[in-house]
Write a protein that binds this ligand. Structure first.
Ligand code: NAD
Length: 295
């Protein structure tokens, strides 16, 4: 069914996601604070509006895709919840801290609006291909309402639980990813020191108990997995600065929740150093080069 969808935040992820909604036949009203993003959106068939509030007027669904929790709360507090029709559903797909996600749900509830946190995994490539994974948190009815729309931007849609559960799943997953990429990088560097070829270690570990996504899909050395960023001078992919963001979000949540995450903290420290050294724009698998340099 064609719907009217407002899309706020038309950056690296938001633009291709909104474009897939246009392709699916929806009327998409979009807004970004950066003029160049709005120009690119207009070329993709999105009806650009002069403000976010304008975009949500008459919208059935409102999707936001912003850099952080403060911006999402500022947006929700800017009159947006009141400007949208009462039957609307607010979906925030940004990766933000669990506490802000909870506050966003509260603001929506106070304004009588249904809401869902639905962060994504799959990166810019997945956004363009419409193959993202959505991890959703919110009421059953909100999830049921959102699912057909999310399916037009992604291929796996998981209802993780109540308010904030999508963000919780996202940062837990990315904590595994950050730690495992460092583990795989350390193993390749140790293998190099021990005279092992990259291919030999890959052939063994990818079919043994060391097997994981960081190795088999996103191998941090060139060769064994031709599509991994290691074969493209570590261009992202998924930038180290975004990995650091997610690791810091997981640390914030761990400290609030009282979870012992020693390796998660260590991984955040390692990526913090990498980013401070000017490597924030490098793919996160480039961490292997820092491990090699330190060896
Ligand atoms: P981005 O910086 O490219 O896009 C964010 C956009 O939001 C920008 O165009 C910015 O101008 C706009 N914006 C900021 N404040 C705004 C406001 N008040 N109103 C309207 N627009 C506003 O970032 P991105 O890579 O698209 O990431 C968006 C979110 O998705 C982040 O939370 C990120 O962590 C998450 N994410 C990114 C990736 C990835 O690979 N890039 C993968 C998964 C999740």
């Amino acid at each position: 069914m064609a719907e009217t969808i407002a899309f706020i935040g038309l950056g690296n992820m938001g633009l291709p996601m909104a474009t897939n909604l246009v392709k699916a036949g929806h009327a998409v009203h979009g807004f970004d604070v950066v003029p160049a993003a709005n120009e690119a959106a207009a070329k993709a068939g999105i009806q650009v509006t002069p403000s976010a509030v304008e975009a949500v007027k008459g919208a059935d669904i409102i999707v936001s895709m912003l850099p952080n929790g403060k911006l999402v709360l500022d947006l929700y507090g800017s009159g947006l919840l009141e400007a949208a029709p009462k039957s609307a559903l607010f979906i925030d797909s940004s990766t933000i801290d669990v506490a802000s996600a909870g506050k966003a749900h509260e603001l929506a509830e106070k304004a009588g609006q249904a809401s869902l946190d639905a962060p994504v995994s799959g990166g810019v490539g997945g956004a363009a291909a419409g193959t993202l994974t959505f991890m959703a948190g919110g009421a059953d009815a909100a999830f049921a309402r959102a699912k057909p729309i999310l399916e037009q931007m992604g291929k796996k849609i998981v209802h993780c639980g109540g308010a904030g559960a999508g963000q919780a799943a996202k940062i837990c997953n990315n904590m595994i990813l950050g730690i495992s990429m460092i583990a795989v990088g350390e193993a390749f560097v140790l293998g190099e020191k021990l005279g092992l070829s990259h291919q030999a270690l890959f052939d063994v570990a990818s079919t043994s108990s060391g097997q994981c996504w960081s190795l088999t899909t996103y191998c941090p050395v060139p060769g064994p997995v031709p599509t991994s960023p290691a074969n493209n001078d570590y261009k992202p992919g998924f930038a180290a600065a975004l990995m650091l963001k997610d690791l810091l979000l997981s640390q914030e949540a761990a400290s609030h929740a009282g979870a012992a995450t020693a390796l998660g903290k260590h991984a955040a420290d390692i990526y913090q150093t990498f980013v401070s050294e000017g490597q924030g724009g490098t793919d996160f698998s480039g961490i292997i080069n820092a491990i090699r340099s330190a060896s």
